[in-house]
Ligand binder design. Structure first.
Ligand code: B12
Ligand code: SF4
Ligand code: SF4
Length: 312
């Protein structure tokens, strides 16, 4: 078999495993991203996400993560829900966190793909990545032709929008690389205009330390007073810059049972949220990514959205 045949087999299996798209790039240094990542870090756009400061070189070169790496296999997994939270919903959770934490779901699929490669092709060394190591997911997916990085800094795919996760396998097998596609943002500025905290500081640049997603999920401290009144009703993550993006008209509902929300989530009224107990929290978000902010973090966010100054 030649590399075109291997590539075909891998893409076919990825589709069988439920990945929406699979693209390939050559494992090499990300030259274009290096100065951009450096600038982002120098300007402290990572805020207190200190893990972003680590492994600068590895983040830009997959060969430092996997010995003899030849190819990066980028994979997209759709999480766009059939039904969102009701319009009158008092508090909003990002769509990506409705069901089981994507890290578990994707890791299993990646392992299955790597096992298949070893069975169908022969001994292939490699590693599975889903936010578990310093990898620039969007840059690889872009290089693999799976979409373009939009002005809101998310990867967008013309046929399906941007509500999906990105993961990759880095392997020591040479494959047929795909080429990048064009940027279709054009003169649109909807995401910049809609961002309530001004986190999209210029087209294509998101200051992570100003993003609602950072405040409600990553920040462990008290939420800053200057942000009061700016979160709308978002208490875990924020979908605004994707909800307004015209390309998300093409989003199609996922078919991943693990991403189905707990049935009570859409019935939650203001009182239910405000009176949330640890027990109900654990039931609602048993395996969800919402656990990252935890029970106390979610309550802090709810109080903040309610304009209660005591948000520590
Ligand atoms: C740190 C992080 C965050 C931070 C910082 C956000 C950010 N934009 O980096 C916070 C907590 C704020 C965050 C929020 C969200 N995140 Co996040 N996040 C990550 C993580 C772990 C690392 C991203 C990273 O490396 N950032 C570093 C900076 C430098 O990268 P960057 O913003 O992409 O910057 C590039 C551009 O600015 C570009 N650039 C700079 N200047 C210029 C100039 C020009 C002209 C051009 C063309 C480009 C350009 O180059 C930079 C380097 O590549 C990735 C997972 C991963 N391992 O990659 C997930 C990831 C990016 N997040 C994801 C998601 C889903 C989200 C949220 C939608 C979640 C939510 N609903 O709340 C929001 C979206 C916010 C937004 N608009 O970006 C997905 C994105 C999927 C997709 N379709 O793109 C990822 C890939 C996770 C995953 N595995 O699926 N996230
Ligand atoms: S996720 Fe929300 S806060 Fe963050 S950049 Fe997008 S619109 Fe702004
Ligand atoms: S809203 Fe417009 S500018 Fe922003 S990412 Fe989507 S197409 Fe690009």
């Amino acid at each position: 078999m030649n590399k075109a045949a291997y590539t075909h087999l891998i893409k076919q299996k990825a589709s069988e495993l439920g990945f929406m798209y699979c693209g390939i790039s050559k494992a090499e240094f990300l030259e274009e991203e290096a100065p951009r990542l450096e600038r982002w870090l120098n300007q402290h756009m990572h805020g207190q996400m200190h893990y972003m400061e680590n492994h600068f070189d590895k983040r830009l070169d997959p060969r430092l993560l996997v010995d003899g790496a030849k190819s990066v296999v980028s994979l997209l997994l759709n999480y766009f829900p059939e039904e969102g939270q009701p319009e009158d919903s008092t508090y909003k959770i990002s769509k990506y966190a409705y069901g089981t934490d994507y890290h578990f779901v994707i890791k299993d699929k990646l392992k299955a793909l790597l096992t298949y490669i070893n069975e169908a092709i022969g001994e292939v060394g490699g590693r599975c990545f889903v936010d578990s190591a310093p990898v620039l997911d969007k840059a690889w997916a872009k290089k693999s032709g799976l979409g373009w990085v939009g002005k809101n800094s998310n990867l967008i795919t013309p046929q399906v929008g941007s509500f999906y996760f990105i993961a990759e396998l880095i392997i020591d097998l040479e494959l047929e690389p795909d080429g990048p596609i064009k940027d279709y943002c054009g003169s649109c500025t909807r995401c910049l205009d809609a961002c309530p905290t001004g986190a999209i500081t210029e087209p294509y640049v998101v200051d992570g330390s100003k993003c609602i997603s950072y405040f409600t999920i990553e920040l462990k401290d008290q939420l800053p007073q200057e942000m009061e009144g700016k979160f709308g009703n978002w208490v875990f993550g924020c979908d605004i810059c994707q909800d307004v993006c015209p390309w998300n008209r093409f989003s199609k509902p996922h078919r991943e049972p693990a991403f189905a929300p707990h049935p009570h989530l859409k019935e939650m009224k203001a009182d239910d949220w405000q009176e949330l107990t640890q027990e109900v929290f654990s039931q609602l978000f048993r395996k969800s990514a919402v656990k990252r902010t935890g029970y106390s973090g979610l309550l802090r966010n709810i109080r903040f959205v309610e304009g209660q100054p005591d948000n520590a």
